[in-house]
Design a protein around this ligand. Structure first.
Ligand code: HEM
Length: 541
């Protein structure tokens, strides 16, 4: 009978069977959707692709616009479904809802579920950002924080900000600041591009001690009249490009099933590219670590070593460490693979956000003449007429209005617009009892702009930070996240942002080419990127 059935099976029957399977899947999908625990409002998902059509067609792929729209339409707690897998996430837009995640004792310290993908990509159990293994994460974080928070590292960060700024100044002098160039109004350029090279040079140098070469390579692209412009080619540019590829596509190792990744050509190609890309980054970082180990070995024990993060991680718990105590396994030195994981995450964490934030800062200062005037008054009161002396640690700690500007920009337009937490056990969150295994997205921008916590939240007003004893309400200012997993690069980020802004405005008169146009940003995943900031600069009188 079965053979008879198969013999009479036609293409039409096959199509019918497939349609029946598809309809059963869709019926099951919506049955699970309509019977889910704690149903919340949100755009209705589509099987296989979740809210992909909403983000891509309605908002042209801009995640920030999608989240702003949902917040306005569905309120302070709503749900969305990730593209491809349709996994549910709960979005939280009130500080009261996130207390459980941001307490130092929170049980929910992971960001993502335990998928197989990160293991395949070689990032599971390594470094910080993607690490779901508590023991390994806490070990790495301890080393990372010790290196990045040390006072000597702070000095190094300020020194390098001065050094890189002087280099930037020398390039701009050649390209934009000659008298005839200013007269011909050719002193106009995309500031974001320069800040991008500048901040990558900084983070690569501070993390790995590697000689900075990105700004120089970018300068070379302007060429001269004879040779014309060239492409950016240097070692760091290749690493940066690899990081960009990783950031653009790593999500497929979280959101696509292994079957699709291994057998469906579109996803397979992307996954294979990403694996190749990862191999390339690992090879480059391994070579940097090996070279530095050798350099350290060649330096006599009593000689000074630099304070970049790589050097600190290599020497920690070895004879080169001034605090070295032999205490067995608990204080073992880091292996190359552990160091590589931390370097990779430091590069990921420290890459785009600083350049984006600096661009936003320039934009807001240029649009607010009163703020600019007050800022220049503070800068001049500290540096008098000296436009060249290096900025010092004492200067940095005295620039309170400049720090207020940075915080206010981060409040009104955060460069990282959200972060996530995953429930490791059943818990009450935002008034609902949730089972383990739910992903929550904490919407930084929504919380930073809520009038329950901020007076006139839409007004750019750095003065709010200057009121004596002012402290934002608990968990209402979370530019660096919070709790166990808060950003370990926060001190470095603030140094870079405040010092660079001061060096720029101390020396130049910077104006937007089009003061009326809104800032040009694009938001992919959790970041808000500035893609163009056209400015006109002149030496400041
Ligand atoms: C303006 C600059 C920056 C902003 C706005 C920023 C923001 C953030 C935020 C919101 C998080 C998530 C925190 C959480 O989940 O609670 C984070 C994590 C992280 N950031 Fe930053 N960050 C910045 C600069 C940096 C820099 C310069 C570095 C490194 C040198 C860095 C390294 C990291 C790392 C490694 C993590 C993951 C920490 C972990 O999982 O334990 N960040 N950052």
């Amino acid at each position: 009978m079965i053979i008879n059935l198969l013999e009479n099976f036609t293409i039409n029957d096959c199509a019918l069977l497939l349609s029946a399977a598809l309809m059963t899947y869709v019926a099951y999908y919506y049955y699970t959707y309509f019977t889910r625990v704690n149903p919340l409002p949100g755009p209705i998902p589509i099987p296989f692709i979740g809210n992909l059509p909403h983000i891509h067609w309605q908002f042209k792929g801009d995640a920030q616009m999608f989240y702003d729209y949902c917040h306005e339409k569905y309120g302070d707690i709503y749900e969305i479904y990730s593209t491809y897998t349709g996994v549910r996430s709960i979005v939280l837009c009130r500080k009261e809802y996130i207390e459980n995640f941001l307490s130092e004792r929170s049980a929910h310290w992971t960001r993502f579920p335990n998928f197989k993908g990160p293991d395949e990509l070689g990032i599971e159990g390594k470094g910080l950002v993607f690490n779901n293994n508590f023991k390994s994460w806490i070990y790495n974080r301890h080393f990372f924080l010790q290196a990045i928070m040390s006072p000597k590292f702070t000095d190094e960060a300020i020194d390098w900000t001065n050094e890189r700024f002087n280099k930037l100044d020398s390039y701009w002098n050649k390209l934009f600041l000659k008298e005839e160039i200013i007269k011909e109004n050719k002193n106009i350029f995309n500031m974001f591009q320069w800040l991008n090279q500048y901040s990558f040079d900084m983070i690569i140098k501070l993390l790995t001690g590697k000689r900075p070469d990105l700004m120089k390579a970018y300068f070379d692209t302007f060429g001269d009249e004879k040779s014309g412009p060239s492409a950016i080619v240097c070692d760091s540019a290749k690493i940066v490009q690899a990081l960009r590829i990783f950031l653009a596509d790593y999500a497929i190792f979280y959101s696509i099933s292994p079957f699709l990744r291994h057998y469906f050509p579109f996803f397979k190609n992307k996954a294979d590219n990403l694996l190749q890309n990862m191999k390339f980054v690992n090879k480059k970082l391994d070579a940097i670590i090996k070279k530095r180990r050798q350099e350290i070995e060649d330096i006599p024990l009593d000689e000074h070593l630099p304070h970049d993060i790589l050097t600190s991680m290599i020497i920690k718990n070895t004879l080169r460490d001034v605090n070295y105590i032999e205490a067995g396994k608990a204080t073992k030195a880091m292996t190359d693979t552990e160091i590589r994981g931390n370097l990779f995450d430091g590069l990921l964490g420290g890459c785009n956000k600083t350049a984006n934030m600096l661009s936003f800062i320039i934009y807001y200062i240029s649009r607010n003449p009163d703020v600019k005037k007050k800022m220049l008054k503070e800068i001049d009161s500290i540096f008098q007429d000296d436009k060249i002396r290096p900025i010092t640690k004492d200067d940095y700690y005295s620039l309170s209005y400049c720090e207020a500007i940075v915080k206010e920009v981060a409040r009104i337009l955060p460069a990282m617009r959200s972060f996530s937490r995953y429930t490791n056990k059943s818990d009450k969150i935002a008034g609902y009892q949730w089972p383990a295994g739910i992903t929550f997205i904490i919407d930084i921008k929504a919380i930073h702009n809520k009038d329950d916590y901020w007076e006139e939240p839409n007004r750019f007003n750095p003065d709010r930070w200057m009121v004596e004893n002012f402290e934002p309400k608990k968990n209402s200012f979370i530019m660096f996240g919070g709790g166990l997993r808060s950003c370990p690069g926060r001190k470095l980020a603030m140094i870079e942002l405040v010092c660079t802004m001061v060096l720029l405005f101390r020396k130049y008169d910077i104006n937007l080419v089009d003061t009326n146009s809104p800032i040009k940003t694009r938001s992919i995943a959790i970041f808000v990127d500035c893609f163009e900031l056209l400015v006109e600069i002149k030496p400041r009188n």
